[in-house]
Design a protein around this ligand. Structure first.
Ligand code: DQA
Length: 142
C-alpha cells in the first residue's frame, strides 16, 4: 500500500517550536520513523509538507487525479480548525484520509476542540505524539 503523509502549516518547525507540546523530534526524524514502520509492513510512503493551504489542496487533487496513493495521513495543523477548502478537497477525493494530531487537541484551547475536517475523514488520531501517525497508518491499512 502506498501512503501519502501530509503535514500542514507550522509542522515544519516540529522539534523546534513549543517543545513541551510537540516534543523535540524534528519532522524529518518523525518521518524517518514513519518510513521505517511502513517499510516493516511492506508499505511505501511519500512525505509532503506545506505552510500554504492551496498547495495542500493541490496535493490532494494530484493524489486523486494521478492515483498516486491508496491512503493519506493528514496533519493539517491549525488549518484543521477552519479550512473549508481542505475539507471540500478531502470530500472531493475517493482516497481515505486519516486526520492526525500529535497533541491531544481536546485537552487544549477551546478553538482546537473543533475540526472542520473530521466529518469527511475516515478516522481521527490525536494525543500520541509522533505515534499518532503510526496509529493512523495502522487504522487506514486495516
Ligand atoms: C496539531 C494541533 C493543531 O491544533 C495545531 O494548530 C498544530 C498541530 C497537532 O499535531 O497537535 O499546529 O495539528
Amino acid at each position: 500500500m502506498k501512503i501519502l503523509v501530509m503535514n500542514g502549516v507550522n509542522l515544519n518547525l516540529t522539534g523546534k517550536r513549543e517543545k513541551g507540546v510537540y516534543g523535540t523530534e524534528t519532522l524529518e526524524q518523525i518521518n524517518e520513523k514513519i518510513a521505517a514502520f511502513a517499510k516493516s509492513n511492506g508499505d511505501e510512503v511519500e512525505f509532503y509538507q506545506s505552510n500554504i493551504e492551496g498547495e495542500l489542496v493541490n496535493k490532494l487533487h494530484e493524489a486523486y487525479l494521478n492515483k498516486t496513493c491508496q491512503g493519506i495521513l493528514l496533519n493539517a495543523g491549525a488549518f484543521t480548525h477552519y479550512s473549508y477548502a481542505l475539507r471540500d478537497a478531502i470530500a472531493a477525493i475517493d482516497i481515505p484520509v486519516a486526520e492526525v494530531h500529535m497533541s491531544n487537541v481536546h485537552a487544549r484551547e477551546a478553538f482546537r476542540h473543533n475540526s472542520v475536517l473530521s466529518e469527511v475523514c475516515k478516522g481521527v488520531v490525536c494525543g500520541f505524539g509522533a505515534n499518532s501517525y503510526i496509529a493512523a497508518m495502522v487504522g487506514l491499512k486495516r
